[in-house]
Design a protein around this ligand. Structure first.
Ligand SMILES: Cc1cc2nc3c(=O)[nH]c(=O)nc-3n(C[C@H](O)[C@H](O)[C@H](O)COP(=O)(O)O)c2cc1C
Length: 295
Protein backbone atom coordinates (compact mmCIF):
# COMPACT_ATOMS: atom_id res chain seq x y z
CA UNK A 1 0.00 0.00 0.00
CA UNK A 2 1.74 3.06 -1.34
CA UNK A 3 2.31 5.72 1.33
CA UNK A 4 1.18 3.40 4.11
CA UNK A 5 3.14 0.15 4.03
CA UNK A 6 6.72 1.03 4.75
CA UNK A 7 9.23 -1.53 5.99
CA UNK A 8 7.95 -1.21 9.57
CA UNK A 9 4.49 -2.43 8.56
CA UNK A 10 5.50 -4.98 5.92
CA UNK A 11 8.17 -6.35 8.28
CA UNK A 12 5.78 -6.54 11.26
CA UNK A 13 3.11 -8.35 9.20
CA UNK A 14 5.75 -10.81 7.99
CA UNK A 15 7.16 -11.33 11.49
CA UNK A 16 3.62 -12.16 12.64
CA UNK A 17 3.43 -14.99 10.10
CA UNK A 18 1.57 -13.39 7.18
CA UNK A 19 3.00 -12.08 3.92
CA UNK A 20 4.03 -8.44 4.37
CA UNK A 21 3.93 -6.35 1.19
CA UNK A 22 6.07 -3.35 0.33
CA UNK A 23 5.15 -1.00 -2.51
CA UNK A 24 7.60 -0.08 -5.26
CA UNK A 25 7.18 3.63 -4.40
CA UNK A 26 7.92 5.21 -1.04
CA UNK A 27 10.11 7.79 0.61
CA UNK A 28 13.35 5.87 0.98
CA UNK A 29 15.13 4.02 -1.82
CA UNK A 30 13.69 0.55 -2.43
CA UNK A 31 16.95 -1.25 -1.60
CA UNK A 32 16.98 0.34 1.84
CA UNK A 33 13.34 -0.54 2.42
CA UNK A 34 13.85 -4.18 1.42
CA UNK A 35 16.80 -4.46 3.81
CA UNK A 36 14.85 -2.89 6.67
CA UNK A 37 11.69 -4.95 6.09
CA UNK A 38 13.71 -8.17 5.93
CA UNK A 39 15.47 -7.34 9.16
CA UNK A 40 12.15 -6.69 10.96
CA UNK A 41 10.60 -9.81 9.37
CA UNK A 42 13.15 -12.34 10.67
CA UNK A 43 12.15 -15.60 8.98
CA UNK A 44 8.88 -14.09 7.78
CA UNK A 45 7.87 -13.56 4.15
CA UNK A 46 8.14 -10.12 2.55
CA UNK A 47 6.99 -9.24 -0.96
CA UNK A 48 6.84 -6.14 -3.13
CA UNK A 49 4.04 -4.90 -5.36
CA UNK A 50 4.53 -3.09 -8.69
CA UNK A 51 2.18 -1.30 -11.04
CA UNK A 52 2.49 -2.74 -14.55
CA UNK A 53 2.36 0.64 -16.29
CA UNK A 54 5.29 2.01 -14.26
CA UNK A 55 7.25 -1.22 -13.96
CA UNK A 56 9.27 -0.70 -17.11
CA UNK A 57 10.71 2.53 -15.65
CA UNK A 58 12.16 0.59 -12.74
CA UNK A 59 13.00 -2.95 -13.83
CA UNK A 60 16.12 -2.95 -11.67
CA UNK A 61 13.97 -2.72 -8.53
CA UNK A 62 11.71 -5.49 -9.81
CA UNK A 63 14.72 -7.74 -10.41
CA UNK A 64 16.21 -6.91 -7.03
CA UNK A 65 12.89 -7.71 -5.33
CA UNK A 66 12.67 -11.01 -7.24
CA UNK A 67 16.14 -11.85 -5.95
CA UNK A 68 15.78 -10.79 -2.34
CA UNK A 69 12.11 -11.22 -1.44
CA UNK A 70 9.66 -14.12 -1.25
CA UNK A 71 7.12 -12.76 -3.74
CA UNK A 72 6.84 -10.08 -6.41
CA UNK A 73 3.46 -8.90 -7.60
CA UNK A 74 2.13 -6.80 -10.45
CA UNK A 75 -1.17 -4.94 -10.49
CA UNK A 76 -3.33 -3.13 -13.01
CA UNK A 77 -1.95 -4.15 -16.41
CA UNK A 78 -2.69 -7.41 -18.24
CA UNK A 79 -0.60 -10.40 -17.12
CA UNK A 80 2.58 -10.60 -19.17
CA UNK A 81 4.71 -13.74 -19.64
CA UNK A 82 7.82 -11.62 -20.34
CA UNK A 83 7.58 -10.03 -16.89
CA UNK A 84 7.05 -13.41 -15.24
CA UNK A 85 10.09 -14.69 -17.12
CA UNK A 86 12.12 -11.70 -15.98
CA UNK A 87 11.27 -12.50 -12.35
CA UNK A 88 12.24 -16.16 -12.84
CA UNK A 89 15.59 -15.23 -14.39
CA UNK A 90 16.31 -12.80 -11.53
CA UNK A 91 15.70 -14.96 -8.48
CA UNK A 92 13.54 -17.33 -6.54
CA UNK A 93 10.57 -15.15 -5.63
CA UNK A 94 7.06 -16.37 -6.31
CA UNK A 95 5.34 -14.38 -9.03
CA UNK A 96 1.85 -13.02 -8.37
CA UNK A 97 -0.54 -10.90 -10.41
CA UNK A 98 -3.46 -9.00 -8.86
CA UNK A 99 -6.50 -8.99 -11.17
CA UNK A 100 -10.17 -8.06 -11.12
CA UNK A 101 -11.74 -10.41 -13.68
CA UNK A 102 -11.92 -14.11 -14.48
CA UNK A 103 -10.30 -13.55 -17.88
CA UNK A 104 -7.36 -11.76 -16.30
CA UNK A 105 -6.98 -14.57 -13.74
CA UNK A 106 -6.82 -17.10 -16.58
CA UNK A 107 -4.28 -14.86 -18.33
CA UNK A 108 -2.17 -14.78 -15.13
CA UNK A 109 -2.14 -18.59 -15.09
CA UNK A 110 -1.28 -18.70 -18.80
CA UNK A 111 1.54 -16.20 -18.26
CA UNK A 112 3.13 -18.61 -15.77
CA UNK A 113 2.33 -16.92 -12.44
CA UNK A 114 2.56 -18.96 -9.23
CA UNK A 115 -0.29 -17.17 -7.49
CA UNK A 116 -3.20 -15.03 -8.62
CA UNK A 117 -4.76 -12.42 -6.37
CA UNK A 118 -8.37 -11.71 -7.26
CA UNK A 119 -9.66 -8.36 -6.13
CA UNK A 120 -13.37 -7.83 -5.58
CA UNK A 121 -15.06 -4.48 -6.08
CA UNK A 122 -15.25 -4.08 -2.27
CA UNK A 123 -11.51 -3.35 -2.11
CA UNK A 124 -9.94 -0.17 -0.81
CA UNK A 125 -7.44 1.68 -2.98
CA UNK A 126 -7.45 1.25 -6.75
CA UNK A 127 -10.02 -1.24 -7.90
CA UNK A 128 -9.49 -3.26 -11.05
CA UNK A 129 -12.85 -4.95 -11.54
CA UNK A 130 -16.55 -4.61 -10.93
CA UNK A 131 -17.41 -8.05 -9.56
CA UNK A 132 -18.11 -8.73 -5.87
CA UNK A 133 -15.34 -10.66 -4.10
CA UNK A 134 -17.07 -13.97 -3.35
CA UNK A 135 -18.61 -14.22 -6.80
CA UNK A 136 -15.25 -13.54 -8.44
CA UNK A 137 -13.52 -16.09 -6.21
CA UNK A 138 -15.98 -18.86 -7.16
CA UNK A 139 -15.76 -18.03 -10.85
CA UNK A 140 -11.95 -17.96 -10.82
CA UNK A 141 -11.63 -21.19 -8.82
CA UNK A 142 -13.72 -22.90 -11.49
CA UNK A 143 -11.26 -21.81 -14.18
CA UNK A 144 -7.72 -21.86 -12.78
CA UNK A 145 -5.72 -24.40 -10.80
CA UNK A 146 -3.25 -21.90 -9.33
CA UNK A 147 -3.45 -20.90 -5.68
CA UNK A 148 -5.98 -18.05 -5.55
CA UNK A 149 -5.68 -15.32 -2.94
CA UNK A 150 -8.77 -13.17 -2.58
CA UNK A 151 -8.98 -9.47 -1.72
CA UNK A 152 -11.60 -6.85 -1.07
CA UNK A 153 -13.48 -5.78 2.04
CA UNK A 154 -12.03 -8.47 4.31
CA UNK A 155 -11.80 -7.27 7.90
CA UNK A 156 -12.84 -10.10 10.22
CA UNK A 157 -11.60 -13.55 11.23
CA UNK A 158 -14.94 -14.97 10.10
CA UNK A 159 -14.52 -13.53 6.60
CA UNK A 160 -11.00 -14.96 6.39
CA UNK A 161 -12.28 -18.38 7.45
CA UNK A 162 -15.15 -18.15 4.97
CA UNK A 163 -12.96 -17.40 1.95
CA UNK A 164 -10.51 -20.15 2.92
CA UNK A 165 -13.40 -22.61 3.27
CA UNK A 166 -14.60 -21.50 -0.17
CA UNK A 167 -11.27 -22.57 -1.67
CA UNK A 168 -9.04 -19.49 -1.48
CA UNK A 169 -5.39 -20.18 -0.71
CA UNK A 170 -5.21 -16.95 1.25
CA UNK A 171 -6.83 -13.62 2.05
CA UNK A 172 -5.31 -10.28 1.06
CA UNK A 173 -6.13 -7.55 3.55
CA UNK A 174 -5.28 -3.91 2.97
CA UNK A 175 -7.49 -1.37 4.73
CA UNK A 176 -7.39 -3.08 8.14
CA UNK A 177 -3.61 -2.66 8.17
CA UNK A 178 -3.80 1.06 7.48
CA UNK A 179 -5.13 1.43 11.03
CA UNK A 180 -2.09 -0.08 12.74
CA UNK A 181 0.64 1.39 14.88
CA UNK A 182 3.24 0.56 12.19
CA UNK A 183 1.28 2.26 9.39
CA UNK A 184 2.63 5.39 7.71
CA UNK A 185 -0.92 6.70 7.29
CA UNK A 186 -1.61 10.16 8.72
CA UNK A 187 -3.29 10.02 12.18
CA UNK A 188 -6.33 11.91 10.82
CA UNK A 189 -6.75 9.19 8.16
CA UNK A 190 -6.43 6.40 10.74
CA UNK A 191 -9.03 8.06 12.96
CA UNK A 192 -11.40 8.46 9.99
CA UNK A 193 -11.13 4.69 9.38
CA UNK A 194 -11.91 4.00 13.03
CA UNK A 195 -14.90 6.40 12.89
CA UNK A 196 -16.41 4.92 9.70
CA UNK A 197 -19.39 2.71 10.49
CA UNK A 198 -19.84 0.49 7.46
CA UNK A 199 -19.13 -0.06 3.79
CA UNK A 200 -21.75 2.59 3.04
CA UNK A 201 -19.20 5.09 4.29
CA UNK A 202 -17.01 4.25 1.28
CA UNK A 203 -17.48 5.15 -2.36
CA UNK A 204 -16.03 3.94 -5.66
CA UNK A 205 -14.98 6.97 -7.67
CA UNK A 206 -12.50 8.26 -10.24
CA UNK A 207 -12.25 11.65 -8.53
CA UNK A 208 -8.76 11.40 -7.02
CA UNK A 209 -7.18 11.28 -10.45
CA UNK A 210 -4.25 13.70 -10.09
CA UNK A 211 -1.18 11.67 -11.12
CA UNK A 212 -3.20 8.64 -12.22
CA UNK A 213 -6.31 9.36 -14.34
CA UNK A 214 -9.07 6.92 -15.39
CA UNK A 215 -8.44 4.54 -12.53
CA UNK A 216 -11.40 3.75 -10.25
CA UNK A 217 -10.62 3.70 -6.55
CA UNK A 218 -12.53 3.27 -3.30
CA UNK A 219 -12.18 5.94 -0.63
CA UNK A 220 -14.07 7.11 2.44
CA UNK A 221 -17.16 8.98 1.25
CA UNK A 222 -16.26 11.79 3.67
CA UNK A 223 -12.97 12.32 1.77
CA UNK A 224 -14.76 12.72 -1.54
CA UNK A 225 -17.31 15.12 0.00
CA UNK A 226 -14.57 17.16 1.66
CA UNK A 227 -12.49 17.34 -1.53
CA UNK A 228 -15.52 18.44 -3.56
CA UNK A 229 -16.32 21.14 -1.01
CA UNK A 230 -12.72 22.24 -0.52
CA UNK A 231 -12.20 25.85 -1.43
CA UNK A 232 -8.92 26.12 -3.35
CA UNK A 233 -6.74 23.98 -5.55
CA UNK A 234 -3.85 23.18 -3.16
CA UNK A 235 -5.07 20.86 -0.45
CA UNK A 236 -1.75 20.41 1.34
CA UNK A 237 1.95 19.69 1.05
CA UNK A 238 4.00 16.55 0.93
CA UNK A 239 7.57 16.29 2.24
CA UNK A 240 9.69 14.45 -0.28
CA UNK A 241 13.43 13.82 -0.28
CA UNK A 242 13.73 16.62 -2.83
CA UNK A 243 11.76 19.06 -0.65
CA UNK A 244 8.25 20.26 0.23
CA UNK A 245 5.82 19.98 -2.67
CA UNK A 246 2.29 21.31 -3.07
CA UNK A 247 -0.41 18.66 -3.25
CA UNK A 248 -3.26 19.47 -5.60
CA UNK A 249 -6.90 18.86 -4.73
CA UNK A 250 -7.86 15.35 -5.96
CA UNK A 251 -4.23 14.17 -5.99
CA UNK A 252 -3.89 10.36 -6.04
CA UNK A 253 -1.41 10.28 -3.11
CA UNK A 254 -2.41 8.57 0.11
CA UNK A 255 -2.36 10.94 3.11
CA UNK A 256 0.69 9.68 4.92
CA UNK A 257 2.49 11.16 7.92
CA UNK A 258 4.67 12.91 5.36
CA UNK A 259 1.70 15.02 4.30
CA UNK A 260 0.30 18.14 5.94
CA UNK A 261 -2.78 20.19 5.15
CA UNK A 262 -6.46 19.30 4.87
CA UNK A 263 -6.00 15.53 5.37
CA UNK A 264 -9.76 14.90 5.53
CA UNK A 265 -10.07 16.12 1.92
CA UNK A 266 -7.36 13.78 0.57
CA UNK A 267 -7.64 10.28 -0.89
CA UNK A 268 -8.40 8.32 2.28
CA UNK A 269 -8.57 4.91 0.60
CA UNK A 270 -10.82 2.38 2.31
CA UNK A 271 -12.52 -0.90 1.49
CA UNK A 272 -16.03 -1.88 2.50
CA UNK A 273 -14.72 -3.76 5.54
CA UNK A 274 -13.85 -0.44 7.18
CA UNK A 275 -16.79 -0.68 9.62
CA UNK A 276 -14.99 -3.54 11.37
CA UNK A 277 -12.10 -1.28 12.39
CA UNK A 278 -12.65 -0.16 15.96
CA UNK A 279 -9.16 0.85 16.99
CA UNK A 280 -5.55 1.33 15.93
CA UNK A 281 -3.60 -1.77 16.94
CA UNK A 282 -0.28 -3.40 16.25
CA UNK A 283 0.00 -5.28 12.96
CA UNK A 284 0.79 -8.46 14.91
CA UNK A 285 -2.49 -8.12 16.84
CA UNK A 286 -4.39 -7.67 13.58
CA UNK A 287 -2.75 -10.75 12.00
CA UNK A 288 -3.50 -12.81 15.13
CA UNK A 289 -7.12 -11.69 15.15
CA UNK A 290 -7.65 -12.30 11.41
CA UNK A 291 -6.38 -15.91 11.54
CA UNK A 292 -8.12 -16.74 14.81
CA UNK A 293 -11.09 -18.54 13.22
CA UNK A 294 -8.91 -20.85 11.12
CA UNK A 295 -8.59 -24.43 12.35
C1 LIG B 1 -4.31 2.66 1.20
C2 LIG B 1 -4.25 1.60 0.16
C3 LIG B 1 -3.20 1.62 -0.75
C4 LIG B 1 -3.10 0.62 -1.71
N1 LIG B 1 -2.03 0.63 -2.54
C5 LIG B 1 -1.84 -0.40 -3.39
C6 LIG B 1 -0.64 -0.47 -4.14
O1 LIG B 1 0.24 0.38 -4.02
N2 LIG B 1 -0.48 -1.54 -4.98
C7 LIG B 1 -1.43 -2.52 -5.10
O2 LIG B 1 -1.23 -3.48 -5.85
N3 LIG B 1 -2.59 -2.47 -4.40
C8 LIG B 1 -2.80 -1.44 -3.54
N4 LIG B 1 -3.96 -1.41 -2.79
C9 LIG B 1 -4.99 -2.45 -2.99
C10 LIG B 1 -4.65 -3.75 -2.25
O3 LIG B 1 -3.69 -4.47 -2.99
C11 LIG B 1 -5.88 -4.65 -2.04
O4 LIG B 1 -6.45 -5.03 -3.27
C12 LIG B 1 -6.95 -4.03 -1.18
O5 LIG B 1 -6.40 -3.33 -0.10
C13 LIG B 1 -7.89 -5.11 -0.65
O6 LIG B 1 -9.05 -4.56 -0.14
P1 LIG B 1 -9.22 -4.03 1.37
O7 LIG B 1 -8.49 -2.73 1.42
O8 LIG B 1 -10.70 -3.85 1.48
O9 LIG B 1 -8.66 -5.02 2.32
C14 LIG B 1 -4.09 -0.40 -1.81
C15 LIG B 1 -5.15 -0.41 -0.89
C16 LIG B 1 -5.23 0.56 0.08
C17 LIG B 1 -6.37 0.50 1.07
Amino acid sequence: MGGVAGPELAGAVAAAGALGMLCEFDLEPSTERMTQALSVAGDGAVGMGFFGHWLHDDLATFEEAATRLRLVEVFWTAPDAAIVDRARRSGGALMAWQVGTVDAAVAAADAGCDVVIVQGVEAGGHVRGTTPRDQLLDAVLAKVSLPVVVAGGIGTAQQVATVIAAGAAGARVGTRFVATTESRGHPVYLQALVDAQSGDDTVLTEAFSGGWPDAPHRVLRSALDAAENFDGEVVGHVMRARGREAMARFDVSTPSRQVEGEIAAMAMYAGTGVGEIRDVRSAADVVRELVSALG
